[in-house]
Design a protein around this ligand. Structure first.
Ligand SMILES: Cc1ncc(COP(=O)(O)O)c(C=O)c1O
Length: 401
């Protein structure tokens, strides 16, 4: 047998890929599971975006390899988008690198900066890819806890009290996934000061700033941030283009060149019509974001109803395409509640523990399903064989079913 590499040790299959197999099994038994788990927008991009892709891909001269640093048209569109929405000036020639989705950018950054002894601060709870990418690149993760008591912000004093001598990078993500937290007004300033003082490069992952958030913000808008921040952004969520795989990395020219040294050895550019369609998507006005958010806002009301039924508690002031909620005390963890709802009502909601143990007592409901699917989920939960709580005493005991 050929052994897998050491770097794969401790890297499991992605949780959702395993869980989807389990859901498939239930579907084969005819259960028609409703999946309120994954954050993949179910709605299409703007029709003009699709038209650009169609028109451009019909041309004979767009099928060759493309530039490693992306089409100048796309880089200009990205730069204009940053200026228009975040009031951040980026030179399209050298401060922006288009990516095949921001997920690959996380890996490229780790491969660019990490050697074996290097450490990286990652949020707990947080997007699981940060920790896999660090480990695959040979680095070591140091988690910093985000707690509900601190409004899901890191305690930067506590982080500073840790031994940071080997820490090179820190992943940060606001609006935060999975908690939906929008950053406090002065948090970004504190973060930039922290990075400068401790000589750490902050990787700010910003894919959710346009979803259910009135004030999209870039960490690069903070004075001096270009010295210590690289920001990832994405068209997956706010432009409904998750499957198209378009993202971007923004920051100082030197950093972009460093990451490009790695990335240009990994892929050979992106299909030009996709890049041109992405440029179109970035030029859409406020009406586009308003329309997307109107859909999510209605679905969120349904998600609140569903969570009320499960006696979960949650903040109504959340951003992004999920609702994060605390499970009632009768459950040991979000895993237990998630499995209970899956096997009794055939509705899948994500256990918060997959985002790190600080998420153990929580679940996350995705808003990427129709209102009809939410209604059906609510009906199934109401009709579930498990006796649901009828009064303030809460759930029937787990042994009751
Ligand atoms: C916090 C966070 N960052 C990055 C990504 C990846 O986005 P992309 O589709 O741009 O690779 C996701 C996707 O779920 C995410 O939740």
């Amino acid at each position: 047998m050929i052994q897998t590499s050491k770097r794969l040790e401790g890297i499991g299959e992605y949780y959702f890929s395993q869980k989807l197999r389990e859901i498939d099994e239930l579907n084969k038994q005819g259960k028609a599971v409703i999946n309120l788990g994954i954050g993949s927008p179910d709605l299409p991009p703007h029709p003009d975006v699709i038209k650009v892709l169609q028109d451009e891909s019909a041309k004979p001269n767009v099928h060759a390899y493309q530039s490693y640093k992306g089409s100048p048209i796309l880089r200009k569109a990205m730069s204009d988008w940053y200026k228009h929405w975040y009031n951040v000036e980026l030179n399209p020639d050298n401060e922006i690198l288009p990516l095949i989705g921001s997920k690959e950018g996380i890996m490229h950054i780790c491969m660019t900066y990490l050697d074996e002894e290097d450490e990286v601060l990652i949020p707990n709870p947080g997007y699981p890819t940060y920790s896999s990418a660090v480990k695959l690149a040979g680095g070591k993760t140091i988690t910093y806890d985000l707690k509900e008591e601190l409004d899901w912000h890191p305690d930067l004093d506590a982080v500073e009290a840790m031994d940071l001598s080997k820490v090179k990078l820190m992943f940060v993500n606001y609006p935060h996934m999975p908690t939906g937290k929008i950053p406090d007004a002065d948090f970004f300033q504190q973060l930039v000061a922290f990075a400068k003082k401790n000589r750490i490069l902050i990787i700010h992952d910003n894919p959710y700033s346009f979803i259910l958030n009135e004030h999209p913000k870039s960490l690069l808008s903070i004075p001096g941030a270009m010295e210590v921040v690289l920001e990832l952004n994405s068209l997956s969520k706010s432009q409904n283009m998750a499957g198209w795989r378009v993202g971007m990395l923004c920051g100082a020219k030197e950093r972009i060149e460093e990451v490009l040294r790695f990335k240009s050895n990994m892929d050979s550019g992106m299909f030009l019509p996709v890049q041109l369609a992405a440029a179109k998507a970035l030029s859409l006005g406020k009406e586009w974001y308003d329309a997307v958010n109107a859909v999510y806002r209605k679905r969120r009301e349904k998600a609140f109803q569903l969570l009320d039924l499960l006696q979960c508690s949650y903040s109504k002031d959340q951003s992004g395409m999920f609702v994060w909620a605390k499970v009632p005390g009768q459950y040991k963890s979000g895993f237990e509640l998630s499995d209970d709802v899956l096997y009794k009502s055939y509705v899948f909601i994500t256990p918060g523990g997959i985002f790190g143990n600080a998420g153990d007592g929580y679940v996350r409901v995705s808003l990427c399903s129709t209102e009809e699917k939410f209604d059906e989920s609510i009906n199934r939960i109401k009709a579930s064989p498990n006796p649901r709580p009828t009064d303030s005493s809460g759930w029937a005991s787990k042994g009751g079913d």
